[in-house]
Design a protein around this ligand. Structure first.
Ligand SMILES: [Zn+2]
Length: 206
């Protein structure tokens, strides 16, 4: 007994077909039956249906609450960003970072640009904002050389949110504590000089 693979593919999408084909057909040539997988005997009961619905509701609430929490955290950071004693262009730059709005290769690719998404500095990983600013081994070396304190509090898996929290926790009203904001802006400028994103060589979407 085996599946009629051609028929399955003609009736279902690729994803469903592969799920169906992963099910082993009955060796005893038995009749197909409908089973309720959440009940011990495969039979649907209102009680098991209610429990499944409750579990799904709970999972949905948890997902929603984690989305709300991360939005709240980001909004809190944005409010504090505008109060920081930094020059406007650096604050605008960081506003873009906190909105994941910098045109790094990963973001451009997601918007339909046909580009090489690997980090153009190290060539080892996808160029996200986190990678370009912190996680790239080249830029991380710049951080540790320029601001040795940073490497005590952050590491190469830290994100831009970790960096921004670090700045807020050290006292963003003090000019010296906002040096990381300036340095990150410098890193971005340096990276753009190495690789102008508008060049036809880099981006073929226009
Ligand atoms: Zn890199």
């Amino acid at each position: 007994m085996s599946w009629d693979i051609r028929l399955i593919h003609s009736l279902f999408c690729t994803e469903d077909s592969s799920k169906i084909l992963s099910i082993r057909p009955s060796l005893m040539n038995g009749e197909d039956i409908i089973r309720w997988k959440f009940g011990s005997r495969g039979i649907y009961t209102v009680k098991t249906g209610y429990h499944v619905q409750r579990t799904l509701d709970r999972e949905e609430q948890q997902d929603q609450s984690s989305i709300n929490t991360s939005t709240q955290v980001r909004n809190g950071m944005l409010t504090k960003l505008w109060k920081i004693n930094a020059i406007p262009k650096v604050k605008i730059f960081w506003w873009k970072i906190l909105h994941n709005g910098l045109p790094v290769a990963d973001n451009l690719s997601k918007r339909g640009c046909k580009i090489d998404t690997l980090c153009q500095i190290c060539g080892e990983e996808i160029e996200t904002i986190d990678h370009m600013l912190l996680q790239c081994r080249v830029t991380w070396e710049i951080w540790t050389m320029a601001l040795s304190d940073i490497s005590i509090h952050l590491n190469r898996s830290s994100t831009v949110y970790d960096l921004f929290s670090y700045i807020l926790n050290t006292g963003a009203e003090d000019q010296k504590n906002i040096l990381p904001l300036m340095l990150s802006w410098r890193i971005w400028k340096m990276r753009n000089k190495l690789l102008p994103l508008c060049s036809p060589k880099f981006c073929s979407c226009s």
